[in-house]
Design a protein around this ligand. Structure first.
Ligand code: NAP
Ligand code: FE
Length: 366
């Protein structure tokens, strides 16, 4: 057996975890730059909890609330200018994957005057500033990963910055913050977490040590699925989803993702399909592509509590509702784009252009 395991994030999990731990917690700096999306952090109480804690320990802060979903390189550059002017020396990202990923990129750009290719290169002269991550969606696991996914105009796609130095310094996971999520975002983010666990388990970079995390995450999400379409989701289910998404984040922190994410990115970039939904739309035919070469797909389906891959696929499709229409020429373009991703090499068996095209075609066949 051979593996590398690295998880440097201090994780606090549970209801009111900021209130319970925040004031006794040694902050990694003297002034905080709080990064959020437009409004959700105010509505779900997370922003207020952070401000209260910072006030109680006399840490000044500034708040930047202009991160939109799927942040771009331009967005994080603009934010990093504010960060530098603010005199803050650490960042608190609050929100879904978008503000958390933005926080990590800002942490790099605030102390490194670099061009875009160097930003994506992952090697920086100055160590990125520390980031505290507070997720308010249960999906990306960004609070425990060394990745920041940014929309990159130059390649007309999403691209990942990956570097151990952007692992958050700490993460506070309070499931109560996710109670305000819409039904659609709850579903889409849960499917993102599921895809992380599945892809990590199937990845050519998978190791023994992350398998139990992946399996447990799939088991938990599988048990939550019947409740995901309910108008009111119980707190216990919210808690389980946030836990499963964190476990899946630990998985991809080690394995990265595979062709499924590589195929989902163009759907998000060009068609504005939510990230988790994009993965979900392709998930069944991705599994069907892998199934003939490994028993592992059966393990996944069993763990999710389904009889077979077809039942699994039908369940995910039902959850996501009516599919978008994607044209043949879009499929050609998306296939080419997906082929350029390094994640293809982590997929086992490695898909060729024809395979990727077929997964798109079968997934959007009417
Ligand atoms: P998101 O883009 O962060 O947020 C989607 C929407 O949900 C926003 O409108 C946001 O509103 C709202 N929202 C967030 N928390 C809420 C809450 N508690 N209640 C109500 N509304 C809430 O969604 P996401 O799916 O979590 O993140 C997607 C991004 O993460 C993508 O860019 C994806 O590529 C990336 N990602 C990163 C990793 C990683 O390892 N770093 C892994 C997977 C995906 P506001 O704008 O008002 O906040
Ligand atoms: Fe993802």
């Amino acid at each position: 057996m051979e593996f590398k395991y690295y998880m440097p994030v201090k994780i606090f999990f549970g209801e009111k975890c900021i209130e319970k731990n925040g004031s006794g917690f040694s902050m990694p700096g003297k002034k905080a730059f709080i990064v959020t999306g437009k409004s959700s952090a105010e509505k779900n109480g997370s922003l207020n909890d952070v401000k209260k804690t910072l006030n109680s320990i006399n840490i000044p802060f500034v708040h930047y609330n202009r991160i939109e979903p799927n942040p771009s390189v331009e967005d994080v550059r603009a934010a990093s200018v504010f960060m530098k002017e603010s005199g803050a020396d650490f960042i608190i990202g609050i929100g879904g994957g978008s503000p958390l990923d933005a926080a990590k990129a800002i942490a790099i750009l605030a102390v490194n005057d670099i061009d875009d290719d160097t930003l994506f290169g992952g090697i920086y002269r100055n160590r990125p500033l520390p980031v505290i991550a507070i997720p308010t969606t249960a999906g990306t696991g960004s609070e425990v990963t060394p990745y920041s996914i940014l929309a990159f105009k130059k390649i007309s796609n999403k691209k990942s910055v990956g570097c151990d130095a952007i692992f958050p310094y700490a993460a506070f996971l309070d499931p109560l913050y996710t109670a305000t999520l819409s039904a659609a975002t709850t579903i889409n983010t849960a499917v993102d977490a599921l895809s992380h666990a599945i892809e990590g388990y199937l990845s050519a970079r998978g190791t023994e040590v992350i398998k139990p995390y992946a399996m447990e995450s799939i088991r938990i999400i599988g048990r939550c699925i019947p409740e995901l379409k309910n108008s009111a989701i119980r707190n216990e289910v919210r808690e389980n989803l946030l836990y499963a998404s964190m476990l899946a984040g630990i998985v991809i922190a080690h394995t990265g993702t595979t062709v499924l994410h590589a195929m989902g990115y163009p759907l998000t970039y060009h068609r504005d399909i939510d990230h988790g939904r994009a993965n979900g739309l392709l998930m069944y035919h991705y599994l069907k592509f892998i199934e003939p070469s490994t028993e592992k797909v059966k393990h996944i389906v069993d763990a999710a509590g389904m009889k077979n891959t077809d039942e699994f696929g039908e369940t995910i499709d039902r959850l996501l509702g009516e599919k978008e229409t994607i044209s043949e020429s879009e499929i050609t373009g998306f296939t080419r784009t997906a082929m350029t991703s390094k994640n293809i090499a982590y997929t086992s068996p490695r898909p060729g252009e024809k395979d990727i095209r077929r997964i798109y075609e079968d997934s959007f066949r009417r």
